[in-house]
Design a protein around this ligand. Structure first.
Ligand SMILES: Cc1cc2nc3c(=O)[nH]c(=O)nc-3n(C[C@H](O)[C@H](O)[C@H](O)COP(=O)(O)O)c2cc1C
Length: 311
């Protein structure tokens, strides 16, 4: 849920009113944990400062991992919006009083690249798609482009491939789903963030099957059979995104990287949904890294595919 300052611009400096609207709107459309937009945006002197805003997801996000990943997605949108205005954007990440700050400064004019243009155009179109995908594989060259976008964004990725890997991941996700499903304090908080209860997360947008369902296990989620979940994972293009280290700024980078890939996917007619809920359990993060031989700290899971129905 956004507060009075969440997602709003304060002070426009040298940005024109129209430019300020463009930047604020792009940031507002970034995906965030429970859609709470845990940042504030200040525009001044051809700079844009995005600050992590402490929030109250005590049960879901006690360490603020998701807050910082969310700030990273907003940074990606902000930079693409600045580039879309035909300006340069240099980003510096820092921490202040335990909260991350991303400052994007524009020192001159420069046309956006073709990829920046396409991804920027996808900012308002992107949304979480937690339904089953169409029965069509994501081609190898598209997977390569998505992975490249992750790497460009400052993180690393690993596709889950084959029956054995899918089963290993399914076992970890089923374990996490049981933990969250059976935790009444966790479920009370999650419920309070859904729209029916006045929160910001749309209940009707949540997944009912496969990875998307256990990607955000609620008290209503039917816990799946491991083998069934494994076969669903094997049918989808599922990417684990990680970072070399697991410090606060790494989490911001993971968010930027995921958003770059999500926008790249959107620009190519794909849809996606992300999940961090299981990765809040350290044993799941470690299990993923070890099970996949992934030499990075897992931050977020993303499933990509083609929409089964018109959106
Ligand atoms: C850091 C982060 C963590 C998220 N975690 C989950 C998750 O665990 N499960 C899930 O279904 N969606 C998750 N989401 C998706 C958000 O719920 C979604 O982006 C938000 O509700 C806004 O909806 P939209 O993506 O359709 O714009 C996450 C998003 C971010 C940025």
């Amino acid at each position: 849920m956004s507060t009075a300052t969440g997602g709003a611009a304060r002070g426009t400096g040298e940005w024109s009113a129209a430019e300020s609207v463009v930047l604020s709107r792009a940031v507002h459309h970034a995906p965030s944990v429970h859609n709470i937009r845990p940042w504030s945006l200040t525009l001044h002197d051809r700079a844009a400062e995005l600050r992590e805003r402490p929030t109250v997801l005590v049960q879901h996000d006690p360490d603020g991992r998701d807050r910082r990943i969310s700030c990273g997605t907003a940074v990606a949108n902000l930079v693409l919006a600045i580039r879309g205005l035909g300006r340069t954007a240099e980003v510096v990440l820092s921490s202040s009083a335990g909260l991350v700050v991303a400052t994007a400064t524009s020192t001159g004019r420069a046309e956006p690249t073709e990829a920046e243009r396409r991804r920027g155009a996808a900012v308002l179109e992107r949304e979480s798609y937690r339904k089953p995908f169409a029965d069509a594989e994501v081609p190898e060259q598209v997977r390569d482009a998505l992975l490249e976008a992750v790497v460009d964004g400052g993180a690393t990725g690993r596709w889950i491939t084959g029956a054995d890997e899918s089963l290993g991941v399914a076992q970890l996700l089923c374990y996490a789903a049981r933990v969250f499903h059976d935790n009444p304090d966790y479920q009370r908080e999650l419920h309070s963030w859904t729209t029916a209860a006045g929160g910001s997360l749309r209940w009707d947008a949540l997944g009912e099957r496969g990875l998307a369902a256990v990607g955000l296990t609620t008290s209503r989620t039917r816990l799946p059979d491991e083998a069934v979940l494994a076969s669903r994972i094997a049918q989808e293009a599922v990417l684990v995104v990680g970072t070399r280290a697991d410090q606060p700024l790494d989490q911001v980078r993971a968010g930027t990287a995921v958003q770059q890939a999500w926008l790249e996917a959107t620009s190519r007619g794909l849809v996606a949904s992300v999940s961090t809920q299981p990765l809040h359990l350290v044993e799941v993060r470690n299990g993923l890294a070890h099970g996949l031989g992934f030499a990075a700290a897992p931050q977020i899971l993303v499933r990509f595919g083609y929409p089964a129905e018109r959106r």
